[in-house]
Design a protein around this ligand. Structure first.
Ligand SMILES: NC(=O)c1ccc[n+]([C@@H]2O[C@H](COP(=O)([O-])OP(=O)(O)OC[C@H]3O[C@@H](n4cnc5c(N)ncnc54)[C@H](O)[C@@H]3O)[C@@H](O)[C@H]2O)c1
Length: 255
């Protein structure tokens, strides 16, 4: 594997790295020479992504992690330190969707599952990643929010609430930890062609088509296009970018 400049030797952790956007980030970082920790609840898929990177001459370990569980998140960060001796960047990407309904029709179970993974999961990751980076005197974290973290979206109530929370956590972490050399930013994609998108709109093809029709670029985004933004925010090229929520939405929120 030929490393491009930028991440050679850097230890980077990616949650939800077994599929979709997380996997695209992992593949892009591996091509740039990063040493990876891939965390996911999908053990088979996660192991296989790590194995593919090693086969190509890169460095990657998989750690089975449910981001809802503080002990597992702590063990995930410890894996980075045990394996590579440091943690330079973290991409807190693991997240889930829900079935589409009006706010009053959601049950408490859906609400709690989505907040637990999308919001508490990101906070737990920050809780265990930040002290390591503070000790190092440097680090960079990127949280996967969404355009649903910036504007409302009918039928996506719990998801919208969780992603607004992620943007709020990102800004607060940036204010608290910037002076310690740690940058924290968020990426806010619109609809991206992944399994999550397929799952959430399987029964609503009409909505999927409307999303594309209403998008300024008249298409969905690709995981690799989001990965470019994530990797840039992680990198030293973004050394004075902190507390930013960067849209990767083909102009959707400019309307
Ligand atoms: N696809 C989109 O349209 C879109 C748009 C905006 C934001 N996002 C956000 O981007 C991120 C990635 O989404 P995606 O589209 O690649 O989805 P995806 O379903 O393809 O991938 C999500 C990954 O997270 C993992 N995961 C789920 N729950 C977990 C848990 N409790 N612990 C650890 N890992 C867990 C899954 O196993 C999966 O590998 C999510 O945070 C999502 O909300 C996606």
């Amino acid at each position: 594997m030929t490393a491009r400049a930028g991440f050679a030797g850097k230890a980077v952790l990616v949650t939800g790295g077994a599929s979709g956007i997380g996997r695209a980030v992992v593949e892009r970082l591996a091509a740039d020479g990063a040493r990876l920790v891939i965390a996911d609840i999908l053990a088979g898929e996660g192991e296989s992504v790590a194995e593919q990177i090693r086969q190509a001459g890169g460095e990657a370990v998989f750690v089975h992690t449910d981001v809802r569980n503080g002990d597992q998140v702590q063990a995930m960060v410890a894996t980075a330190l045990d394996t590579y001796g440091r943690l330079d960047c973290a991409v807190n990407n693991a997240g889930v969707e829900h079935g589409l309904q009006a706010l009053a029709d959601f049950g408490e179970e859906d609400w709690e599952r989505v907040q637990d993974i999308n919001l508490k999961g990101v906070w737990l990751c920050l809780k265990h990643e930040l002290p390591v980076m503070v000790r190092q005197g440097q680090g960079s974290i990127v949280n996967l929010a969404s355009v649903a973290g910036l504007v409302g979206a009918p039928l996506f109530g719990p998801y919208v609430a969780s992603k607004h929370g992620v943007v709020g956590l990102t800004r607060t972490a940036a204010l608290e930890y910037g002076r310690m050399g740690v940058r924290v930013n968020a990426v806010c994609p619109s609809a991206i062609r992944t399994e999550m998108f397929e799952r959430s709109l399987t029964d609503r093809r009409d909505l999927a088509e409307k999303l594309v029709r209403n998008s300024p670029m008249r298409r969905l985004g690709e995981p690799a296009e989001v990965a470019e933004a994530v990797v840039w925010l992680c990198s030293d090229a973004a050394s004075f970018v902190n507390g930013h929520a960067l849209t990767v939405d083909g102009g959707m929120t400019a309307q």
